[in-house]
Design a protein. Structure first.
Length: 754
């Protein structure tokens, strides 16, 4: 008999499911997934809407069968050979049909630069280190802050961006003259006194006791400055007057003031730009009113004025900003200089060719400032500030740069591809080489695009894939929000928190930089530690000044290799007072296997707050009781087993074999009957699971494209990743090339005119 499911399959598939496949579905699937039940919103008797829906259904069935989740444990389970035959038929069907799917790149919402991208961009274009943590936090979509639909924009953003643009422009354009340095003069009697009796005497300040006077001021930039104090002293006792001059919490100098005559005391210091505080202190007050010699009765410091002179050195031009220095020297007339600045800056900042009208509009802005009395460097700063505050900089606008349309999809032009590639791999703007290739139209060549991937991954800027992509994928950014109970975990602090994050970032960076198999992220024989982390793990400590070093793990610590052995993962998946097998299992399913469990059914979320559980039963027993509910078992059977494999690691990642309940049982059975015992067993299962590679590719897709993969995207990605897997080892570069070569990265959907 031909079931309605097979009729559906015949309608859509050029390849008719063989009888064993039909029998498999009837025996193991249709009972729970038909018109009457349709568990998980899967009705195998309903007709899929199109070929994509049909193939996605087959792919979904394959994932659940391979994972051992379906059929459930309380149903008739297929034999191993029967299951393998069913999966093999689906694999053949997908291999035959996915390459023939229609070319549809989908839509991407215009994306605002994230905080990290803004910060990286000004660093790489101007050599200016700007801390963008003061910007409003970026919203997340599907776990990443690069998703256009999730990124918001507010008046607060605009205020912050405008202020930051001015700060970056001031740092990028130096208007100081070392040959004629600025002298900042502060009269002592006008400075703020801290402690002691009021010593203002006319146009001088007389220190009657040990105290301090202070002056706050601003410096235009970091550089070399001369500090000069005009002072004298009333001498008494057996030592001369002693004075200390300090800049903020840094540069300081002590002087002996040996005469009453006003004399200069000066020193040179390297100071940072921005707010500064100058302080002058009297150090050795002496008062003996009954001394027979009137000249020996009172020792006082007298200060007339203080000066901060500079900067006295030429500001070095960062290599990234040589283009700006060349532009600033590119003309005699002010308009010529401003035009050169705009002509050089706008294509870099706006990441596309610019028109003469756009250039002249900013030149007019700068010219008006010159007419009002600003210097040419100050006007150039205004031009840069306007460019940095423009939507053309703040948003990754991709309109107006597509090649001729080809059906429903148009290949993107070179400048858009350069921008996508740069923000994917570097989290920053395209460099000169990318822009030049785009100008010459070379990105229409797929091989050239992939060559650039190779070049860019060798660049240090590619570490943003570790510090930005991996930090979001593995939830390292949530470490600051985790607060282990300080009474139980007194040795956990912010220093350790930072070390935990860096260890995991460095592992990802090593796997990328060394072209290692991506499964080394799951299991490897090395890690990275600094002195604090080495002590925490019980590993030999590196030299005090070595920072992080790579260490080969000894046999007894071999489990630490890979992200699941890192304490960073243990902290982000624990409660403040205890471990959480449920959270850890969910983290693995969601981030490593791409199979995030659905929210618990209403009334079945009693484990939402595990820290509040108080029972005479062990936690393992409580979870076993929880799994007796059918509505909970379908997710918890697998999730709990994965989580319990990590139970020998406490909430801050320390290894222990016993807890208050005795010897820790880290074993469990997966739905397909496989038994896992501890982290080593868990890593063996995950390393061989094809879902890990598929999930990592999908995560990279979200980060790069800025949206969730649609069913057609998942089919294409899974097909490409499975093809890589059949060849053997798979590297991060392989997966990145899959994303970059995908139609969603290289094309744009052509919308029908309204």
């Amino acid at each position: 008999m031909i079931t309605s499911f097979v009729i559906v399959a015949l309608h859509f598939a050029p390849q008719v499911p063989p009888a064993p496949v039909t029998a498999f579905l009837e025996r193991h699937c249709v009972e729970c997934h038909d018109d009457d039940v349709a568990k998980g919103d899967l009705n195998l008797r309903a007709e899929p809407a199109d070929v994509v829906a049909r193939l996605s259904r087959w792919s979904r069935l394959r994932e659940r069968i391979v994972a051992g989740e379906m059929p459930p444990a309380d149903k008739d389970r297929p034999e191993v050979d029967e299951r393998r035959s069913f999966v093999a038929w689906i694999d053949r069907t997908l291999r035959d049909e996915v390459p023939r799917l229609p070319v549809d790149p989908g839509r991407v919402t215009v994306r605002r630069l994230t905080r990290a991208q803004w910060q990286n961009t000004v660093r790489d274009l101007f050599g200016v280190a700007f801390d963008a943590s003061g910007f409003p936090a970026d919203d997340l979509g599907y776990g990443f802050d690069t998703v256009g639909d999730a990124l918001t924009f507010s008046t607060l953003h605009l205020e912050k961006y405008l202020a930051a643009a001015g700060e970056v422009a001031r740092a990028a354009v130096d208007d100081t003259d070392p040959e004629h340095p600025v002298v900042r003069r502060f009269d002592a009697e006008a400075m703020t006194q801290r402690g002691g009796a009021d010593g203002r005497r006319g146009d001088r300040f007389v220190f009657l006791s040990n105290s301090t006077i202070e002056q706050r001021f601003e410096l235009p930039r970091a550089g070399t400055y001369r500090v000069r104090v005009i002072a004298g002293g009333d001498q008494a006792g057996d030592e001369p007057v002693k004075m200390a001059v300090r800049l903020g919490d840094g540069a300081a100098q002590s002087f002996e003031v040996k005469t009453r005559r006003m004399s200069p005391f000066e020193f040179t210091a390297q100071l940072q730009g921005g707010a500064q505080r100058l302080s002058i202190a009297f150090l050795n007050d002496y008062y003996k009113p009954d001394d027979p010699d009137p000249k020996q009765r009172d020792r006082n410091l007298i200060v007339d004025l203080a000066e901060v002179i500079g900067p006295c050195d030429a500001q070095p031009v960062p290599p990234q900003a040589q283009w700006l220095a060349t532009a600033l020297a590119g003309g005699a007339a002010s308009d010529d200089v401003l035009r050169e600045v705009a002509r050089a800056a706008l294509p870099r900042l706006w990441r596309r060719p610019v028109s003469t009208q756009e250039i002249e509009r900013l030149v007019a802005l700068g010219s008006a400032a010159v007419a009002d009395g600003d210097s040419v460097p100050q006007a150039a700063r205004l031009v840069l500030q306007a460019a940095l505050a423009s939507p053309n900089f703040l948003f990754r606008i991709e309109a107006g740069d597509v090649a001729e349309a080809d059906g429903a999809a148009a290949p993107l032009g070179g400048h858009v591809l350069a921008q996508r590639l740069a923000y994917f791999l570097w989290g920053s703007a395209p460099d000169d080489q990318l822009r030049q290739l785009a100008d010459r139209g070379r990105f229409t060549d797929r091989s050239q695009l992939l060559d650039e991937v190779g070049r860019m991954l060798q660049d240090p800027r590619a570490e943003s894939l570790a510090t930005d992509f991996a930090a979001q994928w593995l939830e390292l950014r949530s470490l600051p929000e985790r607060s282990p109970d300080p009474r139980r975990f007194a040795d956990f602090d912010d220093v350790l928190r930072r070390s935990l994050r860096r260890e995991t970032e460095l592992l990802f960076w090593a796997v990328l930089r060394e072209d290692r198999d991506v499964r080394d992220l799951i299991d490897c024989d090395f890690t990275f530690v600094d002195r604090r982390l080495a002590s925490f793990y019980g590993l030999p400590a590196p030299a005090a000044d070595a920072g992080f070093v790579r260490v080969v793990l000894p046999p007894q610590q071999r489990e630490r290799g890979g992200v699941l052995g890192h304490a960073s993962m243990h902290v982000v998946t624990s409660n403040p007072t205890r471990t959480s097998p449920v959270k850890r299992g969910k983290w693995i399913l969601q981030n490593l296997l791409g199979q995030a469990p659905p929210p618990p059914p209403p009334g079945n979320d009693s484990f939402a707050n595990e820290a509040a559980i108080d029972s005479s039963k062990t936690f393992r027993e409580q979870l076993a009781q929880h799994r007796q509910k059918k509505s909970c078992a379908v997710c918890h059977v697998r999730m709990d087993t994965l989580g319990f494999a990590l139970e020998r690691y406490d909430p801050i990642g320390r290894f222990h074999e016993r807890d208050k309940d005795g010897v820790i049982d880290a074993s469990g059975e997966l739905p397909d009957g496989r038994v896992i015992d501890g982290l080593a067993g868990l890593k063996a299962v995950l390393r061989d699971d094809p879902a890990f590679l598929r999930t990592l590719a999908r995560k990279l897709f979200v980060y790069a494209i800025g949206r969730e993969p649609r069913p057609i995207d998942r089919l294409r990605l899974d097909f490409a990743v499975d093809d890589l897997s059949r060849r053997g080892r798979v590297t991060l570069r392989d997966l990145i090339e899959v994303i970059v070569a995908d139609v969603a990265f290289t094309h744009r959907r052509v919308e029908a005119p309204r």
